[in-house]
Design a protein around this ligand. Structure first.
Ligand code: SF4
Ligand code: SF4
Length: 169
């Protein structure tokens, strides 16, 4: 974690660029982005990945690392991270100007496929609107649903939350 990250609580550009997959690996398949920048005693992400892509070496307090060449973007690690620190990003092969991000989501109401939502950056600032593409609300995810929303490819490293336009009554 850089000094800037520790002061602000937000990752800086270096942290983000280290966490993001390369353009070459994203062209192969969606990839997980692990934004776990603090040394904490935690490791469910390692157990969650059936492909052995996530590792924590030299003790449970170390930060996880990911081998993007092994990751296929299945998103199993997204809902199993108690810190809500893992996302999956991907590119639409038919329209590379568009991509998507899968985020862990624990709020109500649950978004629905086709719904238009606001897409927010890490600081909660709206950066664009996007369409919900998929919601994994299966029993396995418990209350941490995995919501996939369309986002411009150029915003894949910034988009990290959604805000519903619809409100509960
Ligand atoms: S998205 Fe799937 S393959 Fe990739 S790191 Fe997570 S669990 Fe492993
Ligand atoms: S499960 Fe989440 S919070 Fe825990 S070490 Fe892995 S990425 Fe970090």
């Amino acid at each position: 974690m850089s000094d800037n990250t520790s002061n602000s609580g937000l990752p800086d550009e270096k942290d983000i660029s280290r966490a993001m997959p390369s353009a070459e690996s994203l062209a192969q398949s969606p990839k997980a982005v692990i934004e776990c920048f603090q040394e904490i005693p935690c490791n469910p992400c390692v157990e969650a990945c059936p492909r052995g892509a996530i590792k924590i070496t030299e003790g449970i307090n170390q930060k996880p690392s990911i081998d993007h060449s092994l990751c296929n973007g299945c998103s199993l690690c997204v809902y199993q991270c108690p810190g809500l620190a893992i996302f999956v990003v991907g590119i639409d092969r038919d329209n590379p100007s568009k991509g998507f991000i899968s985020i862990p989501y624990e709020f109500l109401p649950v978004p629905e496929k086709g719904e238009i939502v606001d897409i927010l950056d890490r600081e909660g600032v709206k950066i664009e609107e996007g369409t919900i593409l998929k919601v994994n609300d299966s029993k396995a995810t418990d209350r941490t649903r995995v919501v996939t929303v369309q986002v411009s490819s150029g915003l894949l490293s910034r988009a990290r939350f959604i805000e519903m336009k619809r409100r509960t009554k």
